[in-house]
Design a binder for this molecule. Structure first.
Ligand SMILES: *[C@@H]1O[C@H](CO)[C@@H](O)[C@H](O)[C@H]1NC(C)=O
Ligand SMILES: *[C@@H]1O[C@H](CO)[C@@H](O)[C@H](O)[C@H]1NC(C)=O
Ligand SMILES: *[C@@H]1O[C@H](CO)[C@@H](O)[C@H](O)[C@H]1NC(C)=O
Ligand SMILES: *[C@@H]1O[C@H](CO)[C@@H](O)[C@H](O)[C@H]1NC(C)=O
Length: 368
């Protein structure tokens, strides 16, 4: 009898001790969960951190849609407007990876956390400029014109290692459709990416003509160079615009796309393979080579471009631009600048800078 009573007492004591341990552990766990991730693991060769608001109670459920975008310090308002437009026009579980330079991180964080963008799921990744050593020309003049961040798209699987499929967007875009639809773009078997071709879309016609040959390969590559000739590509092949990319990252890795792109960048620093009249981004030629006849297509309404070309305002009707799923202000005249077209469609998504550092130039500000 007494022995049994002792047993009961011991059991009760054990149960109490067990409950105390469980409770302490649970408290510690919730403690941990409510702490900011101070140093989310390094992804070499980049630094990254999770958004402070990325907590357990994820605001949007369902399949995650990874979107890579860059944030350049001198035009931070661009990425803010682009991200806001993506987020507001979709109910999808969008997860942004924002690639930026080290000295822009703090400004970006303030802008994202002090405005109603704070619910957006994001990860900031720091671009290491050394990555481009020996891959772009050292000529200081070229370096000035070369925006290192524009090469971030070459490293998609490195920045988004956990994903099988991802979307890349230039920062000078506004998304008016549901990003889920773009994400679901079908890639043909064996294709690592989809782009918008420069000659099949309504948006490309006419506008490009003024810019010379910038809608076929000869506008981007020097076909007199041996290294280009050897590839046997047709010079009049329609080019594509890499401002919007849907990528199968598994294929990208299997085909070593990143290494192939780096190879052509390096070769260009010795042999000057790009067209002399290359007007747009220096990231296009290597992509044209690597994806020659090996890419899928994006619905033209999902990449209505050249809104930054001079005279763009006269070439598109308001109805057409409103119906577009994605608008791209590639070209010289950006929607945060003074003389761009369709700025009202961009302003709709822009969120003012809480630090006051970035301000779109507006002709009539303060005028009566
Ligand atoms: C719980 O946290 C306290 C103080 O933060 C610590 O002393 C204790 O070791 C932690 N217990 C466990 C089981 O991690
Ligand atoms: C970023 O800058 C901070 C402070 O200026 C420095 O401590 C840190 O090492 C830098 N990180 C990278 C990846 O360059
Ligand atoms: C990506 O490519 C791999 C390898 O070809 C294929 O198995 C997979 O289904 C593709 N994924 C998507 C989302 O297209
Ligand atoms: C990719 O690179 C790996 C290692 O460098 C190599 O073994 C493989 O054959 C390459 N694949 C292609 C498709 O080039």
């Amino acid at each position: 009898m007494t022995l049994r009573r002792v047993n009961v007492v011991i059991l009760v004591l054990l149960a109490v001790a067990f409950l105390i341990i469980v409770q302490r552990n649970l408290l510690n766990l919730s403690d941990f969960l409510h702490k900011e991730h101070p140093d989310a693991g390094m992804i070499l060769p980049f630094e990254s951190e999770l958004s402070p608001d990325l907590r357990l109670e994820a605001l949007r459920k369902g399949e995650e849609i990874p979107v890579l975008i860059t944030a350049a310090g001198d035009r931070l308002g661009a990425v803010i407007a682009a991200m806001n437009s993506v987020y507001q026009n979709s109910k999808a579980n969008v997860a942004f990876t924002i690639v930026t330079m080290n000295d822009t991180v703090d400004h970006l964080k303030v802008w994202l956390s002090k405005t109603n963008l704070k619910n957006i799921k994001y990860k900031i990744v720091i671009f290491q400029p050394e990555l481009l050593n020996r891959k772009i020309l050292k000529d200081p003049q070229t370096l000035e014109a070369t925006k290192p961040l524009s090469f971030a798209r070459f490293y998609l699987p490195v920045y988004i290692p956990e994903a099988e499929k991802a979307v890349y967007l230039d920062d000078d875009v506004i998304v008016q459709g549901d990003i889920q639809e773009l994400y679901e773009t079908n890639l043909k078997p064996g294709h690592a990416a989809a782009f918008s071709d420069d000659c099949d879309s309504a948006s490309a016609k006419g506008i490009v003509r003024g810019a010379g040959n910038q809608n076929n390969y000869i506008g981007f590559l020097d076909f007199k160079k041996e290294a280009i000739k050897k590839l046997g590509m047709r010079a009049n092949t329609c080019s594509f615009n890499p401002g919007v990319i849907i990528a199968n990252l598994t294929e990208w890795r299997n085909q070593n796309i990143t290494q192939q792109l780096e190879h052509w960048m390096e070769l260009n620093t010795h042999e000057d393979l790009y067209s002399k009249s290359l007007a747009e981004s220096v990231t296009t030629p290597p992509l044209l080579i690597v994806f020659y006849k090996r890419h899928s297509s994006i619905d033209p309404m999902w990449h209505v471009r050249h809104l930054g070309a001079s005279g763009a305002g006269n070439r598109y009707s308001n109805q057409f631009v409103k119906a577009a799923k994605l608008l791209h202000w590639n070209g010289h005249y950006k929607p945060w600048g003074r003389t761009s077209s369709f700025t009202e469609l961009w302003d709709k998504w822009f969120i003012p800078d809480p630090t006051g550092k970035f301000n779109p130039v507006r002709r009539h500000t303060g005028d009566k």
